[in-house]
Design a protein around this ligand. Structure first.
Ligand code: NAP
Length: 280
């Protein structure tokens, strides 16, 4: 769906920033939502390299950009560039949503909701054993989302020191990540490594034999839609959760923070279903 045809002097401007950004579906998804709700706003995309992030944030204030959606690689750096950090974003250490109130910038994180809500549609998290693959920003959001519901999380990561550092913030367990890890005892497997993204489409953080039919396998990667890991999980008889579901949920929460209106999830889903690739 195209942006509102009635852009005028009073239209609020939102921006999604990242590097790369050309493949992002955020403008299409948010613009479709503004139109569906009759909100006089538009979202555009800007490729912002890490070197220019600080100037871009100054530009948000100067141009009175109403808010930001933010994707890789800026989520951690934005924490120190906003005036106020929402406590959840502070705990996770990453900002993916910024609101500009007359030059005062507040940073939020909605990625954790993109993980918690789809999981809770399938099962209660309390007491579940979760194998969390990866120890970066998305892993921090997943650990926050699962930990607050009483799930028992073990962080598995290629670089063990990062697994240890993340796990220790929440008193979680940790381990290295390789083909010898035994995951049979886990109810949920969440992949937050970037292994399997379009640049490494044949790769998977786990082998087929490490997955078991009683497990829910949650993928955060959304491009490609069905990663190698999800194919393995499907073959093993697991319940699978696509990364596109996370994308819509984190975007819906972002829309609600930006506009104060209830997100039209079906409209947002329609855009993502149509899209060939998706980026937060
Ligand atoms: P990040 O902070 O850069 O973390 C990347 C993680 O992947 C690290 O744990 C890293 O391990 C691991 N990794 C990278 N290459 C690897 C390899 N060859 N073998 C094993 N592990 C490898 O990235 P992030 O921000 O957390 O994002 C991670 C993923 O989440 C991305 O695919 C992103 O697209 C996705 N995501 C999706 C949504 C959504 O809406 N669906 C939202 C946010 C993020 P090391 O520590 O060893 O380097």
């Amino acid at each position: 769906m195209s942006p509102s045809p009635k852009i005028q002097a009073t239209t609020s401007v939102y921006m999604v920033i990242g590097d790369p950004i050309a493949h992002s579906l955020s403008p299409r998804m948010h613009n479709a939502a503004y139109q569906a709700c009759g909100i006089d706003s538009v979202m555009v995309a800007a490729r912002v390299s890490a070197d220019f992030l600080e100037s871009a944030v100054a530009g948000v204030r100067a141009l009175n950009i109403r808010g930001l959606a933010c994707t890789m690689p800026h989520k951690a750096a934005l924490c120190s560039l906003v005036d106020t950090l929402d406590p959840v974003a502070k705990a996770i250490g990453a900002v993916n949503t910024v609101v500009n109130n007359d030059g005062a910038l507040t940073g939020y994180n909605t990625d954790w909701l993109g993980i918690q809500r789809p999981l809770e549609k399938r099962l209660a998290l309390n007491g579940r054993r979760v194998a969390l693959l990866g120890a970066g920003g998305a892993a921090a959001a997943a650990l926050y989302a699962c930990g607050m519901r009483g799930a028992l999380v073990t962080v598995f990561n290629r670089t063990e020191s990062k697994a240890q550092a993340l796990a220790s913030q929440y008193g979680a367990s940790w381990s290295g990540l390789d083909a010898t890890c035994d995951l049979a005892q886990f109810d949920i497997v969440i992949n937050t490594t970037s292994l399997g993204m379009s640049q490494s489409i044949e790769a998977s953080p786990l082998t087929a034999s490490q997955l078991h039919r009683h497990q829910v396998v949650f993928e955060t990667i959304y491009s490609p839609r069905k990663t190698r890991l999800l194919s393995y999980a499907e073959q093993a008889g697991c319940q699978i959760v696509y990364g596109s579901e996370m994308f819509v949920e984190q975007g819906a929460a972002q829309f609600e923070i930006h506009t104060g209106a209830l997100a039209p999830r079906e409209v947002m889903w329609g855009v993502v279903d149509d899209g060939e690739s998706v980026s937060g």
